[in-house]
Design a protein around this ligand. Sequence first.
Ligand SMILES: C[S@@+](CC[C@H](N)C(=O)[O-])C[C@H]1O[C@@H](n2cnc3c(N)ncnc32)[C@H](O)[C@@H]1O
Ligand SMILES: [Zn+2]
Length: 290
Amino acid sequence: MTSLVPAPGRDGSAGIETIAESLVCPGCAARVAIGSDSIDCTSCGASYPLRDGIALLAIRGTSETWGEPQAGEQSTSYQGEYQRVDRAAAYNLSYRQRLLKRQSTQREFKLLRQLIGRVGRSRIILDLPCGGSRLTPAFAASADLVIEADIAHGQLLFGRAESSVTTPRLWMTASAFHIPLRDGSVDGTVCVRLSHHLPTAAERERLLTELLRVSRRFVIMTFFDHHSLKNVLRRLRRPLDRQPPKMTMTTARVAELAQERGARLVAAPPLSRIGSGHRYALIVKDQGIA
Ligand SMILES: C[S@@+](CC[C@H](N)C(=O)[O-])C[C@H]1O[C@@H](n2cnc3c(N)ncnc32)[C@H](O)[C@@H]1O
Ligand SMILES: [Zn+2]
């Protein structure tokens, strides 16, 4: 396949204009005009800054921003957790320094490579939330371009400075609830370790709706399995330690949500049967498997 993506700059980064045709206003979905220091909506008048090569396109907030009633507990405060680069660094360095986390990352690389292998080569993969680009090297070589997006500016700054892949990448802040891209504008989206931070069913459903809207062929999304050993033990211990319940989903519910959105869950391998409750769901659309 010939790459349609322009050659990257010397630091491996592609400019936001690379995806000019795919970008839309995260607020109203209209076309945007890319200027030298901002991206401006041609319809609602919103203006999004371009700072140090990062497009700041994130809309903060949850269900109130898409017109559903606000629940008592939502993920609003979590959206602010890694805005500062020192907080992002602490998160990402813990994955490099702690043995169990390093082993988990190795298993995650293996799972991602297996699942990406099933969908074949992509022109564009969206990594959302990319965090500090911990997992991008696992799949970047399978695409001509990777879009690195996260609601937290600090994570993007950390990932851009600390990770390296040869595939061209571009960076933008974005909310997974309001992805600033046209329908079907990327081949697929990788969404690791976000859904279990979303306390309401409305947030988790909105997440999958958005991921599938922008993805033409596939979505890889992790979820914390309600029936995992880890969650069963946590529920048994709860009367004693009063730990809050995990935000879980069942594999059956993920399959149902995919089907309601015209897609199919084809695999959901566990990260570990004992040490982790996370599963990696591969959801494909009709033209999903290359
Ligand atoms: C646990 S980290 C996972 C990052 C990366 N996928 C990884 O596995 O290393 C979750 C990330 O989700 C981001 N986040 C939280 N709410 C978000 C939202 N609504 N949209 C996009 N990113 C969000 C946080 O800033 C954080 O970087
Ligand atoms: Zn707009």
